[in-house]
Design a protein around this ligand. Structure first.
Ligand SMILES: *Cc1c(COP(=O)(O)O)cnc(C)c1O
Length: 387
């Protein structure tokens, strides 16, 4: 009997170690890991540069309070701002904290400029922003909010892709629109570039802020540092987490100069957020991801993966409905039961994970090789054949 409260339905397997794109069970079986801790192990398991970094930093300094200057944090913030739209960064420990910080920044901005009544956030059906109370009710997924009322107020939800409903939902009380650039848990639903451009325009017309949640799709996952770069738009606020720590808990809220004005000393805080150990690892992740040619390679390998997945789709039209995603954020919309399909994949020694909308997600590390993609394609093909 487990003493862990059963909030997860867990597969009956435990892993003892991992290396690159592979994990090894406690019984010594080898699995091709296309879950990567749900886009967390962005550089695969035990990347030598991350191992070296954590070992070195663990002998120097782990944690000091944010009431002191933290050079590793200064450096990571500087690099994040130099390479993105952002002018400032707030560090957190998780995605939910980063999305909540984003909501706080948006509301405080309007308070600061003398419009405190502008405090509502528009969100979209199928969204996922985390499991804290506000992020839960922001996403408004009935399965997740059931029994956790009273509802956290301040969110207005519209159906995903419904332009007219979105326009109608904007009022004088709207502070921001918050949306994942690519819905992850919602089923790898990509917002088309013209829609992202339209969203930015709509926000500008109404003087409201654009928050793009890149907790899952950001930090190189799509082959650009941020997924919104494909559309050439600039958001005001972007929460990130998952991939930036490469397996160590790191979250961050990136903001532009305009919206930063309200966040003065004492307005926000985190005990653990931005500690030297976490920050040294975040910097080490950037060392690799920002290396010349790294993201181009993610694009190349991602396209290769996509082409082969589409070949499988054409071969097995009764099983696969659609291949979704960009770069190495991939979804396969199935016509069959996703849990059963994942069980078969697992039997064939490959790990994938479910999303909504009858989709399975495949999120290999950004360091995945073409050879490993070939192996994945072989296993998926075999799984379709057996199904
Ligand atoms: C995972 C996720 C979150 C929440 O991150 P946690 O670290 O689990 O709190 C928020 N937004 C998106 C888009 C996510 O995929």
């Amino acid at each position: 009997m487990s003493a862990i409260l059963g909030t997860y339905k867990r597969r009956n397997i435990a892993f003892a170690r991992g290396k690159g794109t592979y994990v090894y069970s406690t019984k010594g079986e080898k699995f091709l890991d296309f879950v990567s801790g749900i886009a967390v192990n962005s550089l695969g398991h035990c990347h030598p540069h991350l191992v070296k970094t954590i070992q070195a930093q663990s002998k120097k300094l782990w944690h000091v309070s944010n009431v002191f200057t933290i050079p590793e944090q200064e450096r990571l913030a500087k690099r994040l701002t130099e390479n993105t739209f952002a002018d400032y960064v707030i560090f957190q420990n998780s995605g939910a904290e980063a999305t909540e910080a984003s909501i706080k920044v948006a509301r405080k901005y309007f308070y600061e400029i003398g419009k405190p009544g502008r405090n509502r956030i528009i969100t979209f059906s199928g969204a996922f922003h985390g499991r804290t109370l506000a992020s839960l009710f922001a996403a408004n997924n009935k399965e997740h909010t059931l029994g956790f009322g009273p509802k956290v107020e301040g969110f207005d939800q519209v159906p995903f892709g419904d332009h007219e409903a979105l326009k109608k939902a904007i009022t004088k009380k709207t502070a921001a629109i918050m949306i994942e650039t690519i819905q992850g848990e919602g089923g790898i639903r990509v917002i088309p570039n013209y829609c992202l451009k339209g969203l930015r325009k709509l926000c500008d017309q109404h003087g409201i802020l654009l928050i793009l949640d890149e907790v899952q799709c950001g930090v190189g996952r799509t082959g650009k540092f941020f997924a919104f770069e494909w559309a050439g738009v600039e958001p005001d606020i972007v929460p990130i987490a998952k991939g930036i720590g490469g397996g160590f808990p790191v979250g961050a809220c990136l903001v532009n100069k305009k919206v930063a004005v309200g966040m003065k000393p004492g307005t926000h805080g985190s005990t653990f957020g931005g500690n030297p150990l976490a920050m040294s690892i975040g910097n080490a992740v950037l060392d690799i991801i920002l290396k010349k040619g790294f993201l181009e390679n993610v694009q190349k390998v991602g396209k290769y993966f996509e082409n082969h997945l589409n070949e499988i789709k054409d071969k097995y039209p009764d099983i696969i409905e659609e291949i979704r995603g960009i770069g190495l954020l991939r979804g396969i919309k199935l016509k069959v039961d996703t849990a059963k399909f994942l069980d078969h994949l697992f039997k064939n020694k490959m790990l994938g994970v479910k999303a909504s909308d009858n989709v399975i997600r495949l999120l290999p590390p950004l360091t995945v090789t073409k050879k490993e993609i070939d192996q994945a394609i072989k296993i998926i093909t075999k799984t379709c054949k057996e199904f």
